[in-house]
Ligand binder design. Structure first.
Ligand SMILES: [Zn+2]
Length: 272
């Protein structure tokens, strides 16, 4: 599943190709994504000049002036940049075709992705308006995390996975950030001190920035927008390493289930 660093890597890769370009049309081969693609989408965007490509959580926002294309990659979506004479494969559901012949193509075998249209303020869309602070923004720090965890008796790992507390962190990076912060994923969120929240917020940012710098991870279906696989996963410190030695202390990494998600941690380095 594409996580925040992959989406941000995709955004950065596409930004320089899209911004300032005019949209020729949108080709919709299959509307049946997580929500149906709007029937009028081609009429709504044809001729628009793309003003910006932003990200909110794991949503990409293509500002077309009169409104915004909201794109989510779901479980298995990825965006490819191809020329307009490149033949589509069976899972290539949507093409954004630019006047200059460049095509941004959504391939999504499981069809949990989204391509929606929002006239007016995109951030007020029901899918976006309740998303918590962006972990890479200046608005996210220890005091924000401290405030967000005061009434939460749930495990900190669980809270970090909640997009109301922090936008789009995702399972892999929640595991990795907790290891870097030396905090057990099982600790009750409200028990974390201000100081530990500060360390954790800083480590969340550091973990994401390292992953973005490496081009995101390349788990299963994800390939960056230029078609190159990311290479962050070779650097995972705990994720998917159950039974292997901790890189810091040699203790075997433990794998457990929390909610429906896999958690990995070092029982010695990560304190409750
Ligand atoms: Zn350890």
């Amino acid at each position: 599943m594409p996580e925040l660093p992959e989406v941000e890597t995709t955004r950065r890769g596409l930004e320089r190709l899209l911004v300032g370009q005019r949209i020729r049309t949108v080709v919709v081969r299959d509307r049946r994504l997580r929500q149906p693609v709007p029937r009028r989408l081609p009429q709504l965007v044809a001729g628009a000049i793309i003003r910006s490509l932003e990200r909110r959580g794991k949503y990409l926002l293509v500002d077309c002036g009169t409104g915004t294309l909201i794109v989510h990659l779901g479980m298995s979506g990825r965006l490819w940049v191809v020329r307009d004479d490149a033949a589509p494969t069976p899972h290539d559901h949507i093409d954004l075709v630019l006047n200059n012949g460049t095509v941004v193509r959504l391939r999504d075998p499981r069809r949990f992705g989204l391509v929606l249209w929002r006239a007016g303020d995109a951030l007020a869309h029901p899918l976006l308006r309740d998303i918590g602070p962006e972990p890479l923004s200046a608005a996210f720090d220890g005091s924000v995390l401290y405030a967000a965890t005061r009434n939460r008796g749930a495990a900190i790992k669980h809270v970090l996975m909640d997009s109301h507390a922090v936008a789009g962190l995702g399972n892999i990076y929640a595991n990795e950030a907790l290891f870097r912060a030396g905090t057990s994923p099982r600790t009750a969120a409200r028990r974390l001190s201000r100081e530990r929240c500060s360390v954790l917020a800083a480590k969340i940012r550091e973990t994401l920035e390292l992953a973005i710098g490496a081009g995101g991870s390349s788990l299963r279906d994800y390939v960056a927008s230029d078609g190159m696989a990311g290479n962050y996963q070779s650097q995972f410190l705990v994720y998917d390493r159950a039974g292997e030695p901790c890189t810091r202390c040699g203790t075997k990494i433990r794998g457990i289930r929390q909610g429906q998600r896999s958690t990995f941690y070092c029982p010695k380095c990560q304190k409750s």
